[in-house]
Design a binder for this molecule. Structure first.
Ligand SMILES: Cc1ncc(COP(=O)(O)O)c(C=O)c1O
Length: 374
């Protein structure tokens, strides 16, 4: 059987990893500043993570949500403490798109309203509800077109106000920083204004922190830079360092009811063990602080660089918009210098490295960049 090939793949196969280093099937060594799309938060094969997963696999890998699972409670307590959302509750699922599906469904249940406001260039996932609030008609099948969704431009508070004052919206969904679009930030003022308008109109604010969360921007969640709280926050990607998991953090004002949400695999023992280990490593190694520190390092080193038209982002969520004559640099970084990076279209290189990245490795990347652009 062939694969149903929907991906554009590099002809490279990583088979082993340690920290920010990868080794490929043909014995080559690479440095990973992409983290498999912001997923590797605590480095490849961190010893504490490997131990936690293997020990859990030996004890019990899975049982469904028909029984008690104290690993879920441990994860909720640790996540509450790390995120500053200790008064919220946690629903566990298996991916980012699924977290957003559940968040929007909950907002609709809680408000009794059907409509959702989303933003231009947003990406929230590929399942029906999530792709319905994603501003990319190319990945939306006719089945997914959702008449309940309206898009307005990011950072346009007037457009938001015009819609929300209709009083028909269950939720506004906003990325902490837009990732897939190419690293575009909602301004702090915009987020504060959004919070205000949500409060005035009884609309729930859903922060999609799937890519921007988990310490990546130098605070646990990116929207916290604006000093606001969201009503529902979605997490995935870095949450379990590659083990599939998604989480929905839910305000105490939203009450659960039997059967409202559910999943077979969500919150399983292996996923929880992996996610707990990630939070333990983040705390022990001060990784949120490291992300903030290295964000400052990269900005100093690459903002204003001759190849960079614009430096965007915060902490270790970085978008480097290339000047037209440097398009193609990402391939050269990979094939000539052995650095994995991410992209957004042809023009933007995205750095989404593990939060364990060292300054020495960051400097090695900057050196490679400077050599290729000299
Ligand atoms: C902001 C954001 N939301 C949702 C998703 C979807 O997550 P998943 O691929 O785990 O479904 C992504 C994935 O890139 C994302 O960046």
């Amino acid at each position: 059987m062939d694969l149903f090939e929907v991906y554009k793949r590099w002809d490279i196969e990583p088979v082993r990893g340690s920290g920010t280093t990868l080794w490929t099937a043909d014995g080559q060594q690479y440095t990973d500043l992409y983290g498999g799309h912001a997923v590797i938060s605590v480095g490849h094969c961190h010893p504490h993570y490997v131990k936690a997963l293997t020990e859990q696999a030996r004890e019990l890998g899975f049982y469904s949500n028909a029984v008690q699972n104290s690993l879920q409670n441990t994860l909720a307590a640790k996540l509450g403490k790390a995120s500053g959302y200790g008064d919220y509750s946690l629903f566990l699922c298996n991916s980012g798109a699924e977290a957003n599906e559940n968040a929007l469904k909950l907002a609709s249940f809680a408000t009794g309203r059907a409509k959702v406001l989303a933003f231009g260039k947003a990406f929230h996932g590929r399942t029906s509800g999530a792709v319905g609030v994603t501003d990319n008609p190319k990945i939306r099948a006719p089945f997914n077109a959702n008449p309940n969704v309206t898009f307005v431009p990011l950072n346009d508070l007037e457009a938001v106000e015009k819609e929300l004052t209709r009083g028909t919206y269950a939720a506004v969904i906003v990325e902490g920083i837009q990732g897939v679009a190419g690293i575009y930030e909602p301004s702090d003022d915009f987020l504060r204004g959004l919070r205000n308008l949500c409060d005035k109109t009884g609309t729930l604010l859903v922060a999609d922190e799937i890519q921007s969360g988990y310490g990546r921007t130098g605070l646990f969640y990116a929207h916290q830079h604006a000093g606001i709280r969201a009503d529902i926050i979605t997490s995935a990607k870095g949450m379990a360092n590659g083990f599939p998991i998604g989480g929905v953090l839910i305000s105490p004002a939203i009450k659960p009811a039997y059967g409202m949400l559910g999943t077979t695999f969500g919150g399983n023992h292996l996923a929880c063990a992996a996610a707990i280990a990630v939070l333990e490593i983040m705390e022990a190694e001060h990784l949120v602080e490291n992300a903030a520190r290295l964000g400052v390092f990269f900005r100093k080193a690459l903002e204003g660089n001759k190849a960079v038209a614009e430096y965007r982002g915060r902490g270790l969520m970085i978008g480097l918009e290339l000047k037209p004559e440097y398009v193609g640099l990402r391939d050269r970084l990979l094939f000539q210098k052995h650095f994995f990076t991410g992209a957004a279209g042809e023009k933007v290189i995205r750095l989404l490295p593990s939060l364990t990245l060292s300054e020495e490795t960051a400097q090695a990347f900057v050196n490679a960049w400077n050599e290729l652009t000299a």
